[in-house]
Design a protein around this ligand. Structure first.
Ligand code: MLC
Ligand code: AMP
Length: 506
């Protein structure tokens, strides 16, 4: 096949007048119109000198246009590199340099702030705003609505998604066309998506969940998406009656449950609610069922692996469990020290192998070798057990990672910044339970000299670090608990401060 991803997900819809995107104001965008714009964008990408395999980095607001950039990358064989809109210039600079991006698309309002770092990284810069404005859109407006489809194979890269590392340096996960396509096809079948579905889409499109799981499944089925710019509970309530399915992180569900208008009537016609990216509490599952009669289908995945497990569509959706390995995906639970499979029912690390598993970390062969075994199994860093009947239940993580509202925060990255500050001897950043976000970051500092200046630290964070990563509070203590080997005992800290964000104010 000439270009598996484009040929399977996009090309079948060329000429189709069926609705692809429904906007909050009721406007509808047909597949054909979306693909016409995609071709125009693809022509600009080619005319900018990008060749197959070149990286196109984007930090733009969610919009139909932003999604057309993804489609244009598939068409031209350009590697799509989406970046969180919250990232600060210092963070972006790293991604642009590390990936050697050829072209960077940013929001027009950020152009002056990002021009210099883009040029230093050796990339071209163009702009694309959420209302379709900007130099990229202007260049596209005069281009033809057809474009030659690049020759690609399922092993060629389709996307580079950065995920932070436990050592503090972000790693670019290389995802091939085959990785994305195999997962989209498996999930469409498993979750019974068809052209009659309309998915309520409020997730960001710079991560696996909103970009690949939600969008690729919709494309694969030929359905529609109600495309909200971001999660807004009022818009969700208004949108639900027009949709048949929803995908979200657990925070979406808890926020919906807290809304007075959210009830059974509003969800009666819905076919399926899917949750993932972070653990959904069993209570949330139970409350959702009580209020709506629906059982949320929880699935489990990762940037590096796409989706690996899912509860069944037909059959028992077990609260607290992430279900079974997807068809064609091998999953084993191993001892983190030896890599040997643990006895049935025992706790160990999840390892997965299959067409879903990424191609390795961009320019990091050593890191790749540490996490991707030569036999194809990827070591996820998630701790789980598998029940006798095959259901997988995640019980924790062996990696030092905080998941806040579905976004990942790597303590190491923050600790490196904190430890460099005047008045800070050392620090530990830990996950603490948070009613809205599931987990939130708490910074625990040990002072030296006059001690830390928290205002100054917060100002520095504001300048250089995406807001979602900021510790929600800072505590100064005399010393960090350590074990006999001198290692900081984060488990002790987590226990001590377990209720820091959820306890009632005294
Ligand atoms: C926003 N903020 C966050 C945050 N999101 N802080 C911590 N964690 C988050 N997730 C910041 C805002 O900038 C704001 O800062 C303050 O917190 C409160 O914002 P809010 O208005 O309450 O938040 P909101 O904008 O509504 O966003 C919350 C959210 C959003 C849950 C809707 O974070 C979201 O869409 N999350 C989805 C993440 C996702 O798609 N993950 C998939 C990863 S893929 P201030 O300055 O106002 O205080 C993956 C693989 C897989 O994990 O399996 O799917
Ligand atoms: P990311 O690196 O952003 O792709 O995040 C992937 C991580 O999210 C996984 O390694 C898990 O720790 C977590 N995750 C995803 N889905 C679930 C789930 N349903 N339950 C628990 N954790 C999840």
């Amino acid at each position: 096949m000439a270009n598996p991803l484009f040929d399977k997900l996009f090309a079948p819809h060329i000429g189709s007048t069926a609705t692809f995107l429904i906007l909050p104001n009721g406007d509808q965008i047909s597949y054909n119109s979306f693909l016409g714009q995609t071709a125009q964008y693809a022509n600009v990408i080619r005319d900018s000198g990008l060749e197959v395999g070149d990286r196109l980095a984007v930090q733009i607001e969610k919009s139909p246009e932003a999604l057309a950039v993804y489609a244009a990358c598939a068409l031209t064989g350009t590697v799509f590199l989406p970046l969180n809109t919250a990232y600060a210039p210092a963070e972006l600079s790293y991604f642009l340099n590390d990936s050697s991006a050829r072209l960077f698309l940013c929001d027009p309002k950020n152009y002056s702030a990002l021009k210099a770092i883009t040029q230093t990284a050796g990339a071209q810069i163009l702009t694309l705003g959420s209302n379709g404005e900007g130099s990229f859109a202007d260049a596209a407006s005069t281009k033809p609505k057809t474009c030659r489809i690049a020759q690609r194979s399922s092993r060629d890269l389709a996307a580079l998604l950065y995920t932070s590392g436990t050592t503090g340096r972000s790693k670019g996960a290389m995802l091939s066309q085959g990785n994305l396509l195999s997962n989209a096809e498996a999930l469409t079948e498993l979750w019974q998506f068809t052209a009659h579905d309309t998915l309520l889409h409020a997730l960001p499109i710079f991560h696996t969940h909103g970009l690949f799981v939600a969008t690729n499944v919709t494309l694969s089925a030929g359905g529609a998406m109600m495309f909200l710019p971001k999660f807004d509970v009022e818009q969700m309530i208004r949108g639900l009656p027009e949709c048949t399915t929803m995908m979200g992180v657990p925070t979406f569900y808890t926020r919906l449950l807290d809304h007075q208008k959210f009830d059974k009537n509003l969800t009666e016609h819905m076919r399926l609610f899917i949750s993932g990216s972070a653990p959904m509490l069993s209570e949330t599952h139970a409350m959702f069922t009580k209020k709506t009669g629906h059982k949320v289908l929880e699935r489990y995945g990762m940037t590096e692996t796409n989706m690996s497990t899912s509860n069944p569509y037909f059959g028992e959706r077990r609260a607290g469990s992430v279900g079974f390995p997807l068809p064609g995906i091998d999953l084993k639970i191993t001892d983190p020290d030896t890599g040997i499979v643990v006895p049935q029912g025992g706790i160990g690390e999840i390892e997965v192998r299959g067409a879903n598993v990424f191609q390795g970390y961009w320019n990091m062969p050593k890191k790749t070798a540490e996490e991707l075994r030569t036999d194809g199994f990827f070591i996820t860093g998630d701790l789980a057990r598998m029940d006798e009947d095959g259901y997988v239940t995640i019980v924790g993580r062996s990696k030092d990672l905080i998941i806040s509202g579905g976004f990942n925060i790597y303590p190491k990255e923050l600790e490196m910044i904190l430890n460099d500050q005047t008045g800070v001897l050392e620090s530990a950043v830990i996950a603490v339970s948070h009613a809205d976000m599931g987990e939130a970051a708490l910074a625990i500092l040990v002072g030296k000299g006059a001690g830390p200046n928290i205002d100054q630290i917060q100002a520095l964070m504001k300048r250089d670090v995406a807001r979602f990563k900021h510790p929600r509070d800072f505590i100064v203590i005399d010393e960090l608990p350590r074990n006999a080997m001198g290692k900081v005992q984060k488990n002790v800290l987590r226990e001590t401060y377990a209720n820091w964000f959820n306890s009632d104010p005294v």
